[in-house]
Design a protein around this ligand. Structure first.
Ligand code: SF4
Length: 268
């Protein structure tokens, strides 16, 4: 017994302090890419080398970064020979709108809080049903990690449940394969309203590495209204947790703070 207590004391608390403080990631972690259009060189050549749709060119010839299509691979950064695209170790990336993941400036729109009534409903207890709609298993491994002692999603009142009838929302991973499309739609229908839809990973957002295959629907966008888009391949557990807490209004909204600072008269 004494040995057990000693081991317990030695272990201390292993749960992440998130959302307090700034989480630290190893240098090799590839988080939110930054984009410096001023450094852009031959974007068409970079686009041709890019293994994903991370870099897109508008009809007017402007480069656009699409975080939703990003596979967070070293090849994507290497494809940009001028160094205009590079990965940081920033984990916060989830957006409330698909457009929030696209940027011509390197600024992305993080998810804003739900309206007050929805926050009152889901803010202290959110139950989610996971639907694996044709994925490689990577995203689900990260979802599972959310339940471990480090991330411990349940401390925020967020848990996965076995039935959509007991859920407040569904979390979809995978590119929505032809075989899974019906299951996705039926799970959505079985979830009582009001319900949230959360697309996790590049596959669910736009098909990811399976994009263009005749066997997949290139993500959930064509099927359901999505409330939270969580980029990554797979997303880090803190990326999803950060997005969920922003949606529930439990993290400060950086865009609102910036807007307030811009409208507040300078007192000096
Ligand atoms: S987004 Fe990446 S990790 Fe997630 S299911 Fe697709 S290929 Fe796998």
């Amino acid at each position: 017994m004494l040995r057990f207590l000693k081991a317990r004391l030695r272990q201390r608390t292993r749960t992440s302090e998130f959302p307090r403080g700034t989480p630290e990631f190893p240098d090799r972690f590839r988080g939110r890419p930054v984009f410096e259009p001023s450094r852009c060189g031959d974007c068409a050549a970079c686009r041709a080398r890019m293994p994903s749709d991370l870099l897109q060119i508008t009809p007017a010839g402007r480069p656009v970064l699409d975080l939703g299509a990003c596979l967070f691979s070293p090849e994507e950064a290497e494809a940009c020979s001028s160094g205009a695209i590079r990965f940081t170790t920033e984990h916060a990336m989830a957006a409330g709108a698909r457009e929030g993941l696209r940027s011509t400036t390197g600024e992305f729109q993080l998810a804003a809080a739900l309206e007050r009534k929805a926050r009152a409903l889901f803010g202290r207890s959110l139950r989610l049903r996971s639907v694996v709609a044709g994925s490689c298993g990577g995203c689900e491994a990260e979802l599972t990690a959310l339940g471990n002692v480090v991330f411990d999603m349940a401390r925020f009142g967020i848990q996965f449940v076995a039935s959509p009838r007991h859920a407040d929302g569904i979390v979809i991973t995978g590119a929505v394969s032809t075989n899974m499309r019906d299951a996705v739609l039926r799970t959505y229908e079985a979830t009582p309203e009001p319900r949230l839809v959360i697309a996790v990973g590049a596959c669910a957002i736009n098909g990811g590495p399976f994009r263009g295959s005749p066997e997949v629907g290139d993500g959930v966008a064509a099927e359901l209204p999505v409330d939270l888009w969580v980029p990554g391949c797979p997303p880090h557990p803190l990326t999803l947790l950060d997005g969920l807490l922003r949606l529930l209004g439990r993290l400060p909204d950086p865009q609102a703070r910036r807007a307030a600072a811009e409208t507040t008269p300078n007192k000096r």
